[in-house]
Design a binder for this molecule. Structure first.
Ligand code: HSE
Length: 428
């Protein structure tokens, strides 16, 4: 091994950081053999260097001083695993300005500060790798960027939030309502105490931003696309979808292009049980990508967790070591995208659920509104009374324009015989 040893600095000794240390403990000889160099985890910086993480680590490499990494000229690669916007952004920018390559799992930071980070990478001629930021341990971004490079990417459909997928799966399997499953998931540690980020779709949206950059070469900010979570999904929706339509409900991240126009959106979606994505259950992630040459490809695996995510982080380090000295991969790209479509322009089939008073003429009023807005119904189903004189109605439309569905829902909700909200879910 004549080549210079590579020194790595790790910022953040939390769950994933501990997984990274454990991966080096387990597989350092294999890693060194692959890159034909000595690889040395030289420094770990964290505010807490006292707590036992349950992994073997040389206490002499632990420090609470970030400059022990950022100002150390011997450190070649900085792994950032503290998450959040600041100080992670400052640490990454400083590391780059010192000529260090960066590995991060920080999807929130990349999704928000993409341009600034990439500009710094270009200016300083250093790389940043972030395989772990989407789909945790699943090899996803590099296969999309490199192995599928001969393709024009047409569609990306992702189940990329394990918490939301776990909740939807449990609701369906155990026939339980959202709140009950969420509470149990929190008690068991599958969901955060504040689960907003996962169940409202924000985590999925950040990951979709990164997938869209790699797949379509265009950076779309979160405020510029539709993001909808799963909190309004009920057991009734799941059961109707399954029993009457042969579908399951998944929180999907969607990026799809047609004639240069890109749709980017996150929302719960009815997915046919025959579609590969319907088999992505529990906390697993799956991303279904269609390339014009290869056709459909599905990547599946553990989208979070200590060792799966560490696998992607250390994989990035190996890749960086092998790529050192070569031209940068993630530069400004040409894109086929001419326009980002507004959500109102989306065309889809829709499932609608509403409560109505069971009396003559109600369906007539509703179907009048739908037909005024050019929405054609495929099926209507009225279930038995549940409260007093009110009954739930389930409808499925043919392909309709989102703008018209939104208008129809607003008008239907104003009808005297309609109780509460009209829930609508798009169908893949
Ligand atoms: N909170 C995420 C999830 C994992 O539930 O999938 C980290 O991205």
């Amino acid at each position: 091994m004549a080549n210079k040893a590579i020194n790595i600095g790790l910022i953040g000794f939390g769950t994933i950081g501990s997984g990274v240390v454990e991966t080096f403990n387990l597989n350092l000889p294999l890693i060194e053999d692959k890159v034909k160099r000595k690889v040395n985890l030289k420094r770990i910086v964290d505010l807490d260097i006292e707590t036992d993480r349950g992994v073997e680590v040389n206490p002499e490499i632990l420090s609470t001083d970030i400059n022990d990494i950022l100002d150390d000229p011997e450190i070649d690669i900085v792994i950032e695993l503290i998450g959040g916007y600041q100080p992670a952004l400052s640490f990454i920018l400083k590391a780059m300005s010192q000529g260090k390559h960066v590995v991060t799992a920080n999807k929130a930071l990349l999704a928000k500060h993409w341009d600034e980070i990439m500009e710094s990478s270009q200016i300083n001629q250093v790389r940043i790798s972030f395989e772990a930021s989407v789909g945790g341990g699943i090899p996803l971004l590099r296969p999309l960027n490199e192995s599928m490079a001969a393709n024009k990417i047409e569609d990306i459909y992702g189940i990329i939030n394990g918490t939301a997928n776990y909740i939807l799966t449990k609701m369906a399997d155990d026939q339980r309502d959202f709140d009950e499953v969420l509470k149990e998931a929190q008690e068991k540690g599958y969901a955060e105490q504040d689960p907003t980020f996962d169940i409202e779709g924000h985590d999925t949206a950040q990951k979709l931003i990164i997938l869209t950059i790699i797949g379509f070469g265009v950076y779309v900010k979160q405020e510029d696309f539709h993001v909808e979570g799963i909190t309004h999904i009920t057991l009734d929706d799941i059961e109707f979808a399954r029993n009457e339509l042969g579908c399951c409900i998944k929180l999907l991240a969607i990026s799809t292009i047609s004639n240069g126009e890109l749709e980017v959106r996150v929302h719960p979606t009815l997915v046919d049980e025959k579609h590969l994505l319907s088999s992505v259950n529990d906390a697993f992630n799956g991303v279904y990508i269609i390339g014009d040459v290869v056709g459909p490809v599905m990547m599946y695996g553990q989208g979070a967790g200590m060792m799966p995510t560490a696998s992607a982080v250390v994989g990035d380090c190996i890749d960086l070591i092998e790529e050192m000295g070569k031209p940068l991969t993630y530069g400004p790209e040409k894109t086929r995208v001419t326009r980002i479509k507004d959500m109102n322009e989306v065309i889809s089939k829709y499932y609608l659920r509403l409560m109505v008073t069971d009396k003559p003429g109600v369906l007539h009023e509703i179907s009048g509104i739908l037909s005024d807005l050019d929405i054609s119904l495929e099926s209507v189903s009225q279930k038995k009374q549940v409260t007093g004189n009110d009954v739930p109605i389930f409808m499925v439309t043919h392909q309709a324009l989102e703008e018209n569905i939104q208008k129809a829902v607003q008008r239907i909700e104003k009808l005297e015989s309609v109780k509460g909200e009209v829930i609508f879910i798009r169908i893949l």
